[in-house]
Design a protein around this ligand. Structure first.
Ligand code: ADP
Ligand code: ASP
Ligand code: MG
Length: 447
């Protein structure tokens, strides 16, 4: 069995969905289970609808028309009206009580995937490929109640493994959503369908998980920043995890966890060019080069905590992390000096109360408008001069990092810059580590 996940753009309109059928048909003998996202931009529309309802006015018309157009273009009957009625009722409730809890928000956001699986399954059936739409929670995807970025609970694995076997038709499963133990719908965080695919792949011991998207695989940089970036043939789980964590949007940050646990290869492929090889992510891959990819993550806050009185006392760090832990704030980078601790996070929701608590025993400043740039590659472990190369390339481009961090595994080197410098920094590093000649070797199309 394999799990094949198709992202938003890959199911964005009727033509793309026809492609999904062709790609699936070509590998039916591998017993695929599909995981699909909402049609592109639908989740953004749902976010906007929830906010609009909170302010008293909302209109589901454009969203309904978007779905109806896809259904018309595919020439199918899709049972989406009951879901629209449910969504409208929910939005009405939000506008009446003027409250949008994280739980209700997740419920609203779940409609994108729940709608798309129904339409896509209807089209598969029309094409003579018997398929059934499945809500992941009905398959057994149980999560904790951390609405907005829920985590799967292990008890779901056996349920999913058991239930998948019961279908005699091809299951087309919602990405992104689950249910907690109380039966409330949860989401795995934006971009979470990748994670759904590996959670399901891990549960059913899939032979491979395929992430079908709109680029040729994992590239040497984000193509929106570096258009000349080229695809990588192979990556290790470690490299891909770092890349996803530090902003490589092609994979949700937690995607590799179930794959690592069960040692399942993850292949990133292009729906627009199904014949291209894509990138395979494996436990280990032959060492090639030093840096494999340059990624970046914007919208970062730098928090500086200074306490002359407390710093050398034991328990000071514990106190700081207890506060961040309590507010569920995820820290990306840390640096300490004799009198200060600097941390970064992209979590803006609970930052204010956390900073207030920290200010009771330290001087705290928060700077926004920061970004993390990160060079990733297993080969950096064997190449002691890479840090100097990175800093040299940045200096040459006039970029002055505010903070630098290299994890103990030494497969990444991350640094903090001011947001306006991100593009310059990424380009400088890409030009340095992937000069034109090297790019030509990686991708025969470049000459
Ligand atoms: P999907 O809807 O298929 O999940 P996403 O938009 O979430 O697709 O992820 C694919 C996008 O990730 C690409 O179009 C690209 O712009 C972006 N991206 C960022 N960094 C990388 C990278 N290193 N390699 C490939 N794509 C990247
Ligand atoms: N539809 C969700 C989102 O837009 C999940 C996903 O596409 O992976 O974030
Ligand atoms: Mg995605």
């Amino acid at each position: 069995m394999i799990v094949a996940k198709f992202g938003g753009t890959s199911v964005g309109d009727a033509e793309r969905i026809q492609n999904v059928v062709a790609i699936t048909r070509a590998q039916l003998q591998r017993k695929p289970v599909l995981v699909v996202s909402a049609h592109s931009k639908v989740t953004d529309q749902l976010v906007a609808l929830a906010e609009a309802a909170l302010h008293g006015h909302f209109d589901v018309g454009p969203l309904r028309e978007r779905h109806q157009k896809i259904i018309r273009d595919l020439g199918v009957d899709s049972m989406i009206e009951p879901l629209f009625a449910e969504l409208e009722g929910l939005l009405k409730g939000i506008s009446m009580v003027k409250e949008l809890t994280p739980r209700t928000r997740d419920y609203v956001l779940s409609f994108g995937e729940r709608l798309s699986v129904r339409t896509i399954a209807a089209y598969f059936n029309k094409c003579g490929l018997p398929a059934v739409p499945v809500d992941a929670f009905d398959l057994g995807l149980v999560t904790d109640s951390n609405f907005g970025s829920a985590s799967p609970l292990p008890e779901g694995d056996a349920l999913m493994a058991f239930n998948v076997k019961r279908f005699d038709k091809l299951p087309i499963v919602t990405g992104y959503v689950g249910k907690d133990r109380n039966g409330d719908i949860t989401t795995l965080g934006r971009n979470g369908s990748d994670y759904s695919a590996t959670i399901l792949g891990g549960a059913i011991d899939a032979e491979e998980v395929q992430i079908w998207t709109d680029v040729d695989g994992v590239l040497t940089a984000d193509p929106r920043i570096v258009p000349e970036a080229v695809p990588l043939g192979q990556m290790s789980f470690g490299e891909a995890s770092e890349l996803a964590y530090y902003g490589g949007k092609v994979l949700h940050p937690l995607t590799l966890i179930p794959a690592v646990r069960k040692d399942i290869p993850v292949r990133v492929l292009n729906t627009f060019k199904p014949q291209s090889k894509g990138t395979v992510i494996l436990r280990e891959c032959p060492p090639e080069g030093t840096v494999k990819s340059i990624v970046s993550k914007d919208g970062i806050y730098l928090i500086s905590i200074v306490s002359l009185r407390m710093l050398l006392h034991h328990g000071f760090m514990a106190k700081i992390f207890e506060i961040f832990g309590r507010y569920r704030i995820v820290i990306d980078m840390i640096a300490t000096s004799e009198v200060s601790v600097s941390l970064t996070t992209d979590d803006d929701e609970s930052l204010e109360p956390a900073v207030k608590e920290l200010s009771a025993f330290a001087d705290v400043t928060v700077q926004e408008g920061m970004a993390i740039v990160c060079a990733v590659g297993d080969g950096m472990r064997r190449a002691p001069g890479v840090a100097a190369e990175v800093l040299g390339a940045l200096r040459g481009a006039g970029v002055d990092p505010l903070m630098i961090s290299q994890g103990a595994t030494r497969v990444n080197l991350a640094f903090l810059v001011e947001s306006p410098q991100v593009r310059t920094a990424v380009h400088a590093l890409h030009d340095h580590f992937f000069p034109r000649g090297a790019r030509a070797a990686a991708d025969p199309k470049v000459s």
